[in-house]
Ligand binder design. Structure first.
Ligand code: DQA
Length: 148
């Protein structure tokens, strides 16, 4: 495992950020969020890759690839798959590095079907409700843990 190599995974509909329900998800685009992550990662000396997919199987394939390419941590916003996907949970269970689950909105303040997360059964940490700052906080937490 290469220390300080992180994969950021964005799930379905997150490609629409900026125009999708901005009252809930904010006005930043996914590109804005990824750019902020790339910038912070460069400052901290992390090798970062950001990917988005609307397809469950593709997200699973990306987790599988991360098992083999030395990725030390995954920051994942599984979006709606959070609440439905045993398959993504199983893939993450087969990944040996750290996993941080991020949600832009505070899912616990929303509909009850959003209160349950399969991914939380695997996640080492969960951040919800901090908007795009949640991703940056996740990277900071990984960096602090790596340097502890
Ligand atoms: C989300 C919350 C999910 O319930 C929802 O399906 C999403 C985004 C969030 O970032 O707040 O698509 O994961």
């Amino acid at each position: 495992m290469t220390q300080n190599k992180v994969l950021v995974l964005h799930g379905p509909n997150l490609n629409l950020l900026g125009s999708r329900q901005p009252d809930i998800y904010g006005s930043e685009t996914l590109e804005d969020i990824n750019n902020a992550l790339y910038e912070k990662a460069a400052m901290r000396g992390w090798d970062i890759t950001c990917r988005q997919s609307n397809h469950e199987g593709e997200l699973i394939d990306l987790v599988h690839a991360a098992r083999l390419d030395g990725t030390s941590a995954i920051i994942i916003n599984p979006a709606a798959y959070t609440h439905t996907s045993v398959a993504i949970l199983d893939a993450l269970n087969a990944f040996e590095g750290k996993v941080i689950e991020v949600h832009l909105s505070n899912v616990h303040k929303r509909e009850t079907f959003r209160h349950h997360s399969y991914v939380s059964l695997r996640a080492d940490g969960v951040i919800a409700g901090l908007g795009s700052q949640g991703y940056l906080a996740a990277l900071d937490a990984l960096d602090a843990a790596a340097n502890a």
